[in-house]
Design a binder for this molecule. Structure first.
Ligand code: ADP
Length: 174
């Protein structure tokens, strides 16, 4: 009998704002899919920051990206509000996945991990290092370039590129 045949299925939650979902997020999600039995991408509805896309638009865009890549059957995309640890519990996730780009991310994530551990002891966090091509990428950068008329097509999945073009020039036809 294989040693892990009795092992419980590990569902991981990859939470974030994803405003919008970009190649760095996609890379973390794809790598997490290879590590866990199930993955839920949790789209936090109303963070304390200025947003370009509504909560529903962000959920729909992540779904479209996964569908474009043919991996929509393997990961679920769900919007959520409130404490991330509570959402993790609701969906039966025992692990949270986050990406790390640099020491700024590290300092933020360390505080967040300790806070989450204080709130809920039995949910573990796992950190994946950003891969080189996506290392400089952030959703803020994508939004800023778009708002200033730049082209981010190579930095985001094609459904996000289309949605950004519409935001930049509403009313234009594809
Ligand atoms: P937040 O969840 O902090 O509001 P995001 O939604 O932008 O921010 O990011 C969600 C997660 O994806 C975070 O763990 C973040 O560190 C990670 N992430 C963001 N950009 C990248 C990138 N370029 N490469 C790898 N991980 C990233």
């Amino acid at each position: 009998m294989p040693a892990n045949s009795q092992r419980a299925r590990t569902i991981a939650l990859y939470p974030g704002t994803f405003d919008p979902f970009h190649n760095g997020h996609l890379d973390i999600a794809t790598r997490a899919l290879a590590l866990f039995d199930g993955l839920v991408i949790g789209v936090y509805d109303l963070p304390d920051k200025r947003l370009l896309f509504t909560p529903q638009e962000r959920v729909d865009l992540v779904r479209e990206c996964l569908s474009e890549l043919g991996i929509d059957g393997r990961a679920r995309v769900m919007g959520y509000s409130g404490l991330t640890v509570n959402f993790a519990r609701e969906i039966g996730a025992t692990t949270m996945v986050r990406g790390l780009r640099n020491s700024v991310d590290f300092d933020f994530e360390l505080q967040m991990a300790q806070t989450n551990h204080w709130l809920v002891e039995d949910i573990e966090a796992v950190y994946l290092m950003a891969n080189a091509p996506n290392h400089f990428l952030s959703a803020t950068l994508i939004r800023q370039i778009t708002e200033l008329g730049g082209d981010v097509t190579t930095l985001v999945p094609s459904s996000v590129a289309r949605a950004l073009k519409k935001k930049a020039a509403p009313g234009t036809q594809e």
